[in-house]
Structure formats: structure tokens, C-alpha cells
Design a protein around this ligand. Structure first.
Ligand SMILES: Cc1ncc(COP(=O)(O)O)c(C=O)c1O
Length: 398
């Protein structure tokens, strides 16, 4: 391992200062000192707006440029293909509307039965408004994964776009994106990937994957609340966004409504540099490659520890091993409702989530939407074996 998890935890003020077990990473991770410092420095050094002819404004401009370069390194694209927004949902709501407004009535889009609603209703609402038809990728019978054959079946020559999750924020299931690309490419449809739940766990390389867009969210990978959209330059150039007249005419600025938080962008760069610092190499991209290899191996070992010692009163929905998943577990505890489990764990400062976590479609398909959903436990790269053991102990006692 190039990082020692106990040393790594020392970088996080919230972890240092409390006894909490932060298993709520899927809803938002804690941030390291470097991010706190970068945001605070950003508020001092980059408070002026961009576009002015004076040093303080130039500093803000440099903060934005640095954040685009960092985000491009995180996903493998170019800085001029990076669009920032307040969060993934707001970015996708605006992008989906702009994209679908360019489709013809009778065109079709495909959304998935495993996705967070931020990658479903954003598209289906726009589709309804512009006379575009919606098809669905269904769940396979086992382990809460997508049935990609159902994707192949619904594609037609009118399909213009497929919106799909890279990883499920509820069940942790990974989507086989390479297979998705193989299926979708011949149709000519654009492929838009919600990578919010993928980004903290897996290295993303948009060019080698061959997708058209990915979107992620800084606060899920140890950064501040900033949404990041990458899309192919050609696609960005061809879409007409909803914008005010004086805003930039060209991408990426034409998609960025109003003034961003420069301080949070400084924090985003710091979060990506923090991740890169977990790997080795001469460029940030190389360091990120190495960092994610280490992250994957550490998280897989924590996940395996959890799955292999599950108490008898606990059932995990989804993939039964660490194969094809990230360490996000939706569980059922015999005789206890998810909200009861979350409250009992919460009283011991074990931070977990109960309900559907906006994963409306899979919960509905599994018949869990109206019965309170499931309890969600998320491990991240700061999770330790002692924390997993403590969780198992407390679950067994429930
Ligand atoms: C998979 C997934 N997609 C989208 C979102 C929405 O992200 P944001 O809060 O940045 O709008 C979330 C948030 O939980 C998520 O987990």
C-alpha cells in the first residue's frame, strides 16, 4: 500500500476530532485539512470576480483554470470540456433540458432502473416536455444489477441518448461500462454516465472508456459541494444551453450559469490533489492511476471483511462478493425497520442512512419503496478494519 489508512485519517479534521464511524460516504465524505485550507484561502485570495483587469481578478481566473485542469485529470478529459455547477443534479437538470430540446418529437432516450433519480427524472421530464419517448434498462433477476440485454433490446434508430449510472448509490453495483459502450456505440446514441457514486472508488478515464459525458460531485470524493460535468467538446459545442445573453458564447462557460464559488473550486482542486497524493508518478494523472489502484484494493479488503463475517440477522441486497461492486451495502436487519437500525446505530455515532437515498427506481422495482427502503452502509478509503469489526458487532446485537 502506498498509503497507510491510519496516517491518512490524521489528515481529516472531522475524523481526528470525533469518535464517529463515518459510513455515510455515499451521502457525502469528510474532507482533509488541505481542502479546508484551500477553501478558506480561496475566500481570501479569490473573492473578486473573473474578467477584471486587476490582480485579484486574475487570481480568481487562475483558480477556475486550475480546477478545470484538476477535474480533467480526474476523469481523463481536457480542461475545456469541464463544466462546473453547484451539484450534479443542478448540472444535469440544465444539461438534459438543453440536450433534449435539440431532439425531434418521436426521438427516444433510455434511462435505467438502477439509477439515482438525478439521472432519471432530469431526463424524463425534459423528454416529456419535448415529445421524446423514454425506454428503460431493467434490472436483472439477481443481485440488483442491470440487465444489459434489455438495453440492447430497446435501442432503435431513433434512440438519441442513453443515461446510465457508473455505480449504484444504493446497492454499490458497478455497471459494466465497456459492455454498455459496445452495445450503444453502433446506434449512434450519446452515452451520459452518472459517475457520482463511481468517482470516489474507481479510476475514470473517459477517453479509454469511450463515453460521451460523465458527471460527478466533489463532496462525494473528499471535496466541497461542486458538480463536475465532462462532455466531449463536439457535443458541448453542438448543444444550445439556457443562458443569459452576456454569458460566454462558447463551452464550457456557456453552460455555467451565473458566478461560481471560486473558493469551492479551489477546494475541488485540493481534493483532487489530495487523492493524487495517495499514488506515485510524475504527473497528476499517473498519481491518480496509482492512488485508485490502492483505494480499490483497500476498499475491497474492507468490503470483503464485512461480507465474509455478516451476522445471521443481516442480509445484504446486491452482489454477494466484492466482484462487480463498490463497498456500498444496502442491508436488511431481521425484525428491525431501516429507520430503526439507522437510529440505533446513529445513537452510537455510527453514521448510516435509511430509506431510498433517491434511488427511487431500483427500490420501487424491488418492492421496497413503500416499506421504508433499506439501511445503507458505505465504506471509503479512510475506513479501517477496526471500524468494520465494530459495525459487525453492533449489527449482531440488534
Ligand atoms: C449516484 C448519484 N447520482 C447523483 C447524485 C446527486 O448528486 P448531487 O447531490 O451532487 O446533486 C447522487 C447523490 O447522492 C448520487 O449518489
Amino acid at each position: 500500500m502506498s498509503f497507510d489508512v491510519h496516517d491518512l485519517r490524521q489528515r481529516f479534521p472531522a475524523i481526528r476530532q470525533s469518535n464517529a464511524l463515518f459510513f455515510d460516504g455515499p451521502a457525502g465524505t469528510q474532507v482533509p485539512d488541505v481542502v479546508v485550507e484551500a477553501v478558506s484561502r480561496g475566500l481570501v485570495e479569490a473573492a473578486s470576480n473573473v474578467g477584471g483587469e486587476f490582480p485579484a481578478s486574475h487570481r480568481s481566473g487562475r483558480v477556475v483554470d486550475a480546477a478545470r485542469a484538476a477535474a480533467a485529470d480526474l476523469v481523463g478529459g481536457s480542461p475545456d470540456e469541464i463544466v462546473f455547477g453547484p451539484n450534479m443534479t443542478t448540472l444535469t437538470m440544465a444539461f438534459s433540458r438543453a440536450v433534449v430540446s435539440g431532439f425531434e418529437p418521436g426521438d427516444r432516450i433510455v434511462v435505467s432502473g438502477i439509477d439515482h433519480d438525478a439521472n432519471v427524472t432530469t431526463w424524463t421530464r425534459a423528454a416529456a416536455d419535448f415529445g421524446v419517448e423514454v425506454d428503460w434498462i431493467e434490472l436483472a433477476d439477481e443481485h440488483v444489477q442491470l440487465d444489459l440485454d434489455s438495453l440492447a433490446r430497446v435501442l432503435t434508430e431513433r434512440t438519441r441518448l442513453v443515461a446510465i449510472a457508473g455505480a449504484s448509490n444504493a446497492f454499490g453495483t458497478l455497471t459494466d461500462l465497456r459492455r454498455v459502450v459496445e452495445i450503444v456505440r453502433p446506434s449512434g446514441a450519446k452515452l451520459f454516465v452518472d459517475a457520482v457514486h463511481l468517482a470516489p472508488h474507481e479510476r475514470i478515464d473517459v477517453r479509454s472508456l469511450g463515453v460521451d459525458a460523465v458527471v460527478c460531485s466533489g463532496y462525494k470524493f473528499y471535496g466541497p459541494h461542486v458538480g463536475v460535468l465532462w462532455a466531449h467538446r463536439d457535443w458541448l459545442d453542438g448543444v444550445r444551453p439556457y443562458k443569459v445573453r452576456p454569458a460566454p458564447a462558447d463551452a464550457p462557460g456557456k453552460f455555467e450559469t451565473g458566478t461560481p464559488s471560486f473558493a469551492l473550486l479551489a477546494g475541488l482542486t485540493a481534493a483532487i490533489d489530495h487523492l493524487a497524493s495517495l499514488g506515485r508518478g510524475s504527473t497528476r494523472r499517473e498519481r491518480l492511476d496509482g492512488a485508485f489502484a490502492e483505494i480499490r484494493s483497500h476498499e475491497a479488503s474492507m468490503g470483503h471483511r464485512f461480507l465474509s463475517q455478516l451476522p445471521e440477522n443481516v442480509t445484504v441486497w446486491g452482489m454477494p462478493s466484492m466482484e462487480g461492486r463498490v463497498p456500498t451495502f444496502a442491508i436488511d436487519v431481521d425484525g428491525r425497520s431501516p429507520s430503526e437500525v439507522a437510529a440505533r446505530l446513529g445513537r452510537q455515532e455510527i453514521c448510516v442512512w435509511a430509506g431510498h437515498y433517491y434511488a427511487v427506481e431500483p427500490m420501487r422495482r424491488l418492492g421496497l419503496l413503500d416499506s421504508g427502503g433499506l439501511t445503507r452502509i458505505g465504506f471509503v478509503n479512510t475506513t479501517t478494519a477496526a471500524e468494520v469489526d465494530r459495525l459487525l458487532e453492533v449489527l449482531a446485537e440488534l
